[in-house]
Design a protein around this ligand. Sequence first.
Ligand SMILES: *Cc1c(COP(=O)(O)O)cnc(C)c1O
Length: 402
Amino acid sequence: MTATAPSSPHVMNTYGRLPIALSHGRGCRVWDTAGREYLDALGGIAVNTVGHNHPQLVAALQDQVTKLIHTSNYYHVPLQEELAKLLVERSGMTNVFFCSTGLEANEAALKLARKFGHDKGIERPEIVVYEKAFHGRSIATLSATANPKVQAGFGPLVEGFIRVPINNIEQLKAATANNPNVIAVFFEAIQGEGGVNPMHMDYLRDVRKLCDERDWLMMIDEVQCGMGRTGKWFAHQWAGIQPDVMPLAKGLGSGVPVGAVVTGPKAANIFAPGNHGSTFGGNPLAMRAGVETIRIMETEGLLANAATVGQHLKDALARTLAVDIAAGGVKEIRGQGLMLGIELSKPCGVLVQRALDAGLLISVTADTVVRMVPSLTLTRAEADEIVAKLCPLISQFLKENA
Ligand SMILES: *Cc1c(COP(=O)(O)O)cnc(C)c1O
């Protein structure tokens, strides 16, 4: 490494940071303050949907800054109407609440669920959540999260959660049997931080059916897997089902903080004025970023690109790592579109620094899973470059740790 970390005497020590600082980017390339170039396979953790420094997004944001950045929700915000309409049309759902981050979107979903219960006369509503889930780091969302490392030191946790394993409908039925307090099921269609674990299509359909039978809200956290990442607007759409509540954030504003909760008719009228709100939520700058992100995705065909380049990348990884797959060092390559994970047989956090040294930005999540969530503009050539940089590092790592 030539770049050195900027010292942080005043920024709170909440992240284990890599020893570089990025200065600018274009598409899927970024450069650090020492001038070194990297291929960005992380996309700001599934945030930079249209790539860095997209000319159309930059121009739209510049234009918006000269008009209004923020007004508060004391007034109508026409751009909220515009972005809500775009999200409703693409999801087939009906209404949207805007906030600024993923945890806020999930917090709103949890509040919706609890009030849904109270409105039915259930005083101690309970929500089903999942093993390996990640929903954020507020007190409520870290309680819904499964990872004990996220929860450690922050108890007492919020009560009213029932935890079940993913992709097992019988266990879901058993865990909720004869419990009239259950009011919602809450999960990621593809778990992100938990290691890129997809919910099976059959399971999604079975849960939808159960939610209908028992009058539960089906709440799908699409904060990471949504906004075109899998090749459809929303990951659950591959199963041909529709949730009642869908939190969004990360990729929605291509880097400008935007969160949203999209609801279907069953959850659209739970909140009334005074029940929920956010000072920044839905401000004109954030809304413009969301509207422009969706426009760019459509004019550039980024859903189709995510699907085809993602499949190309997945296939190329599987081919190149075939020996390591056969030997068991690579346990599985999974995910869909441009949300991919490579699970190794051993904790492999060191690969993040090694990839950085090789000019590639990735992350390792759930200790053993190399994760790629690049901009949806990733080209085939860039996908090939990821494979060429990453696979030798994985093979070498497995050899050292055999
Ligand atoms: C990142 C993430 C969150 C939290 O989003 P923040 O914007 O960091 O609060 C919630 N759910 C999922 C699935 C995520 O990937």
